[in-house]
Design a binder for this molecule. Structure first.
Ligand SMILES: NC(=O)c1ccc[n+]([C@@H]2O[C@H](COP(=O)([O-])OP(=O)(O)OC[C@H]3O[C@@H](n4cnc5c(N)ncnc54)[C@H](OP(=O)(O)O)[C@@H]3O)[C@@H](O)[C@H]2O)c1
Length: 244
């Protein structure tokens, strides 16, 4: 389908080294885009053999999104940018998010970096009339047990995207959010590898299965394409009906 052909377009997927971001990166690549990803490891080779990390055919740069300096200094090995996806995410367990250090770390990666990276790439996105897509969470709508920074950061990012969508509409940029529920990635191993928790979580999903990176990629392709030309500032819930 022509609208879902991204040949000639360039995408950057922050957090594209793993999980949902990796699924989005590979889906864009499969439809013709040139795709770069950022991750935390020294090189693409450092992800070899890692479940949920297929870096085949993707450009890779190591950038610590928790550091403003690293974001400002990150090399940008492309001369135009049509699609910017934020799928970087951090969650801390054992009440670390109740402490200043844990709180600051999660807020820095989940919210601050979305703002600062988007702002740095705003000229490139404006030049291309580009699309900004942020992966938030259904945790943005309600409390997440034991993770106050995660809940606050995801709620903040939904509204940040509304603000950016409004501010940058005049540049032809559209900005939208995807809010997934549970997807089996390295972030959710704590639930997925614990049979009781896994079964309890599954029982709450009307579509009776967990989401996949491909499910999220389908929505990202829609948001990156002209099929969503009149959609901006929205949060699309992609949760198999969990929040119904
Ligand atoms: N999985 C779910 O059920 C679920 C549900 C709702 C929302 N989400 C959201 O979906 C997004 C993707 O998560 P995921 O489930 O795909 O988990 P994941 O597989 O752990 O992916 C997280 C990504 O963020 C990157 N990242 C983390 N900290 C970073 C930092 N300081 N600097 C740069 N990159 C950093 C990781 O890099 P490395 O690969 O180098 O570690 C990885 O690419 C997150 O925003 C998450 O909150 C996930």
């Amino acid at each position: 389908m022509k609208d879902l052909d991204f040949t000639g377009q360039t995408a950057l997927v922050v957090g594209g080294s793993s999980g949902i971001g990796n699924g989005i990166a590979q889906a864009l690549r499969a439809r013709g885009a040139t795709v770069h990803v950022w991750g935390t490891r020294a090189s693409a080779d450092a992800y070899a053999g890692e479940e949920g990390s297929d870096l085949e055919g993707l450009g890779y740069t190591q950038v610590d999104c928790g550091s403003l300096e690293a974001i400002a200094a990150a090399p940008l090995p492309f001369d135009k940018l049509d699609i910017l996806v934020h799928s970087q995410g951090q969650v801390l367990y054992r009440r670390q998010e109740f402490e200043p250090e844990g709180w600051a770390k999660v807020m820095a990666v989940n919210v601050d970096s979305v703002m600062h990276i988007s702002q740095r790439l705003h000229p490139a996105l404006a030049a291309a009339k580009g699309k900004l897509i942020v992966v938030s969470s259904i945790g943005s709508f309600r409390a997440t047990m034991g993770n106050p920074a995660y809940a606050a950061s995801k709620a903040a990012v939904n509204n940040l995207v509304r603000a950016l969508a409004q501010a940058w509409a005049k540049d032809g940029i559209r900005a939208n959010v995807i809010a997934p529920s549970l997807v089996d990635t390295k972030m959710t191993k704590v639930t997925m590898e614990h049979e009781d928790r896994r079964e309890r979580a599954l029982a709450k999903i009307p579509l009776a299965r967990f989401g996949t990176p491909e499910d999220m990629a389908g929505v990202a392709l829609f948001l990156a394409s002209p099929l969503s030309a009149y959609v901006t500032g929205q949060t699309l819930v992609v949760d198999g009906g969990l929040t119904l």
